[in-house]
Write a protein that binds this ligand. Structure first.
Ligand SMILES: [Mg+2]
Length: 420
């Protein structure tokens, strides 16, 4: 048996934990640079605000219904996500983190328990420990667990947990689930299925397996079997180390100034190296790229990248930063307005697998110790307490006009409780 725990309207819920004035009101959280609505409270959904809709398109509704608008506060969401996962970890033998707001639980060995009660208890515990409402669906396959979690999401009497076990229940729910809502059915296949009069998840389970095998991908075939109750998507209880790590952002305004661009790219390098060390890896290549604003006509355009290869695979921020900035100096052109930049690390290996180089003169032990101290200080004192001198101290140049405080990751932002 598997469970899928999905946080309801996650970004909005995180904001509400520390700002209860947002409860009961329509709220939306925007993507980077305050572009589109990426999380909506139920009240905002009811007003017809679609997922991913640009803010300017709904300006009138926002004003009319006094919708609370917030910039995305990833420091807060990342930390709250960790708290939810920590609670889930106490409940199940193994957990697979699927995204910032979703995790699968492996419930093998718990089959003798009342799993409906288990799901409701787990949801209540997440709410108590973190303040986040979580919908937990339990079923014999991961795909059905997703269906079950969605089923209890907007049904308050189910108390955030549902065990989808009987054949009758499965049929009843799949009959009212649109086929495009099923995990693993992409938009392209949904279209193809609609053309063949397959509109619900139940219809999909009723078409012959041979047709699915012939006309759809292996994912479609697995999904078909999973909906019948045959588990065939494996459980991954550890996240495999990433083969490539990237940090990139679009800027709120084009950057023309070389020093300003250096500050940003250096900050990206700092962040990407931190991620690399977190997964205990080293890299042998780094790519830096820059993009001008392709939506502006009649201005010079540049989309270009440069790569460096390190003779000895490394995770040292100063070393990688130095090389990245050298490449950036070759990329930069005066008079060009840069809208986006990023740094990608590749050739990633486990830290223990480093091949030394005969003529390497760098004191690698010292560099490793320095990075370890830097990471420890940044964990204890807050992100970015120690950085490289070339990196911006003001953060990424993004437009975040409606940003809430970093309640849980910044000392100055911790809420103060006044007692009378
Ligand atoms: Mg969610």
């Amino acid at each position: 048996m598997y469970a899928l725990a999905d946080c309801n309207n996650f970004f909005v819920s995180c904001e509400r934990v520390f700002n209860p004035a947002l409860n009961g009101r329509p709220v939306i959280v925007l993507s980077n640079n305050d572009g589109c609505a990426v999380s909506r409270s139920n009240e905002a959904k009811a007003l017809g605000i679609g997922m991913g809709v640009p803010l300017f398109q709904v300006k009138d509704i926002v004003r009319k219904y006094k919708i609370a608008v917030l910039s995305s506060n990833y420091a807060l969401y990342g930390d709250m996500s960790k708290r939810v996962h920590a609670t889930l970890r106490q409940l199940a033998p193994a957990i697979e983190i699927y995204s910032i707001d979703e995790a699968f639980l492996d419930l093998r060995g718990l089959e003798h328990e009342d799993l409906g009660a288990f799901a409701r208890r787990a949801s209540a515990l997440c709410l108590k420990n973190t303040g986040i409402p979580v919908s937990i669906g339990v079923a014999p396959t991961k795909t059905l667990a997703k269906v079950a979690s969605k089923w209890c999401k907007n049904r308050p009497p189910m108390k955030g947990g549902y065990f989808l076990n009987s054949q009758e229940e499965r049929e009843r729910i799949l009959r009212v689930t649109p086929v495009e809502d099923i995990w693993g059915i992409g938009r392209r296949f949904a279209k193809k299925l609609y053309e063949n009069n397959v509109t619900t998840a139940w219809d999909f389970t009723q078409i012959p397996g041979e047709w699915v095998q012939k006309k759809m991908s292996i994912t479609g075939w697995r999904t078909w079997k999973e909906l019948q109750g045959e588990a065939c998507i494996a459980f991954a209880d550890h996240t495999p180390a990433k083969k490539q790590i990237c940090v990139s952002r679009s800027f709120s305004k084009e950057i023309f100034d070389y020093e300003k661009l250096v500050e940003q790219v250096s900050l990206f390098t700092f962040m990407v190296c931190e991620k690399l060390r977190k997964q205990e890896s080293v890299c042998s290549q780094a790519v830096v790229f820059v993009l001008t604003n392709r939506f502006k006509e009649n201005v010079p355009q540049q989309v270009e990248s440069r790569m460096v290869t390190f003779p000895v695979a490394t995770s040292g921020t100063p070393e990688i930063n130095q090389s990245v900035l050298r490449e950036l100096s070759y990329l930069f052109r005066k008079g060009y307005g840069y809208k986006k930049a990023g740094v990608i690390l590749s050739g990633i290996l486990p830290r223990q697998a480093v091949q030394l180089h005969l003529y390497d003169t760098r004191d690698r032990e010292k560099q490793d110790r320095l990075m370890q101290v830097m990471d420890e200080i940044n964990t204890d004192m807050g992100p970015g307490t120690l950085s490289v001198a070339t990196a911006s101290t003001k953060g990424i140049r993004m437009s975040r006009q409606h940003l809430s405080p970093q309640y849980t990751t910044k000392w100055e932002d911790i809420p103060i409780v006044h007692c009378k």
